[in-house]
Design a protein. Structure first.
Length: 529
């Protein structure tokens, strides 16, 4: 263990500081497709009874009108975060009729591209902007890829921890600058070690054959309608997922916050010839994309983890980061576990907390060129063949057995798990380490292996397996309804959001949409560091 990590652990374990670890915040965003009872994509609009997707803080849509997104508040106790996620699911099921929430990350058999409905957000300018942005995504990447769902795990340390940790290293700058510096350091370490999360929690080793739309691939045939890789952990996070020639050369720099935001801002302002050729409007004068640049907006850049800051109304993510620094990180590479009703459980949350905290506290030198290459290559290797016996990964200038490195990492994370348990008066974090070590020792215990084992056991392909799980989860939620008080709370949130969207559309200043988009695009160019 590094000397710096030891110093930091000793500092945090002091009685006056230990309670800081109880103040970390955890939030979860879970995406899931609405499907019919026979596993087809729901063609119905976003259910109005769930509220307005534009203005509801907890129930919205992601890319498609059929792709729900459930968002918990950021809470200090992950038990409460998961309880919140569970309640949102229970409420949703009171409004879904005969529809189901699809259990895995990879989508159900999809209709033709033209029949995948883009999410609609009403007639306000911001609602139209969200819609046109999604039209641009369809143009650039196709709608099929946008139907992949995942779990985003948001994590922050309390603000008061950073002045404490600042004492452990030489840093010129104020507490806010140090906080951003430390979060970017966390992200560098996450890039080094996130292959481990894919091995432990990847749950998408198979997919519906129609997903590839006839594209060339190197997958194997499981049955007539299912493709898979025998040792894959997460095809969702492989190069079958988010493909983009425009983004191929876009590698945001994680040396510091300024270089990171500069690289994204440049991408939002740099034309990309194939998009320029298409233009922003079609022959009928309708918008088809927000601009012709590498990225329409900064959130279009797909990454496994993002530095984040809560934005003010009308503020762009990069503006918030530049103005007030990094506030939390969003872990974006987690598959939905199709065996779990909400897609994630407490044991996984406990481990992710310990893992991310390790990334924050461990020394994090700048990424050298070979390290960047190794990080990308290790991640891709693990998502495609992470369970292959004797698999080796790249480390420094050599290779190392995946299981040996995973065991080594879990040993290093264990003192952090012990510290979290000490702070919270539990043993759950250390137990979560033990459970992960069992998966390292026996790959058949991983979610990806369990998916394939279940498919083989029931002699079913991807769709039949997923539908069976979706039905079981629907039964779980429907047989455990919310209390009258909880149901009333969600009904109130839904009706309030509908009123808020209506109010926004009625009171909005009369600015035509072209002018609104122009001002929105210009806002990112005006940022000064």
């Amino acid at each position: 263990m590094s000397e710096l990590l030891n110093r930091r652990l000793a500092l945090l374990s002091e009685r006056t500081n230990l309670s800081l670890l109880e103040q970390c915040l955890h939030g979860i965003e879970r995406e899931c497709l609405r499907v019919t009872g026979d596993a087809k994509l729901a063609q119905t609009p976003h259910p109005q009874a769930l509220g307005a997707a534009l203005t509801h803080g907890q129930i919205t849509t992601d890319y498609s009108e059929s792709l729900l997104e459930f968002i918990t508040p950021a809470l200090a106790n992950p038990v409460e975060t998961l309880a919140s996620l569970d309640q949102i699911h229970r409420f949703a099921y009171t409004k879904l009729g005969n529809e189901l929430l699809w259990s895995p990350s990879m989508p159900c058999p999809l209709p033709d591209e033209k029949d995948i409905p883009i999410a609609y957000y009403g007639t306000s300018n911001i609602g139209k902007l969200k819609y046109v942005y999604r039209k641009g995504l369809a143009l650039r990447y196709g709608k099929t890829m946008q139907c992949i769902a995942g779990i985003h795990y948001n994590f922050s340390l309390p603000e008061s921890v950073w002045p404490l940790l600042k004492q452990t290293e030489d840093f010129e700058g104020d507490a806010r600058d140090y906080q951003s510096h430390a979060y970017i350091g966390l992200i560098r370490n996450f890039r080094r070690y996130s292959w481990l999360l894919m091995y432990l929690f990847g749950a998408s080793p198979a997919l519906d054959a129609g997903f590839l739309r006839g594209r060339a691939h190197k997958l194997e045939q499981f049955d007539a309608d299912t493709l898979y890789l025998p040792y894959a952990t997460s095809l969702r996070m492989s190069d079958l997922g988010y493909q983009s020639n425009a983004q191929a050369d876009l590698t945001p720099c994680y040396n510091d916050l300024i270089s990171y935001t500069d690289s994204l801002r440049k991408a939002v302002a740099t034309p990309y010839a194939p998009y320029v050729e298409v233009g922003t409007h079609n022959a009928d004068g309708e918008w088809v994309q927000l601009n012709t640049n590498v990225l329409q907006i900064e959130n279009e850049y797909y990454s496994n983890i993002r530095p984040k800051r809560v934005t003010y109304s009308g503020e762009r993510p990069i503006q918030a980061l530049v103005a007030r620094g990094v506030q939390y990180v969003e872990v974006r590479c987690l598959d939905i576990n199709p065996f779990l009703p909400t897609g994630i459980d407490l044991q996984q949350a406990r481990f992710v907390d310990a893992f991310v905290l390790y990334c924050a506290l461990q020394e994090s030198p700048q990424l050298a060129n070979n390290e960047c290459r190794n990080a990308a290559s290790n991640f891709l290797t693990v998502v495609k063949e992470g369970r292959r016996p004797s698999l080796e990964l790249n480390r420094n200038d050599g290779t190392i057995d995946l299981k040996a490195w995973a065991t080594e990492l879990l040993e290093k994370i264990k003192p952090i798990a012990q510290l979290l348990d000490q702070a919270q008066g539990t043993d759950e974090h250390v137990k979560s380490i033990t459970a992960q070590q069992a998966k390292v020792d026996d790959a058949s215990l991983t979610p990806s292996a369990k998916v394939l084992a279940s498919m083989k056991q029931h002699n079913e392909g991807f769709t039949a397996f997923s539908l069976r799980q979706s039905r079981a989860h629907a039964e779980y939620f429907r047989s455990n309804p919310l209390s009258a008080e909880e149901q009333a709370h969600f009904e109130e949130l839904a009706s309030t959001s509908i009123a808020e969207q209506a109010g926004l559309e009625q009171t909005e200043e009369p600015v035509d949409f072209d002018t609104f988009v122009g001002a929105y695009q210009a806002s990112i160019l005006r940022i000064s560091n």
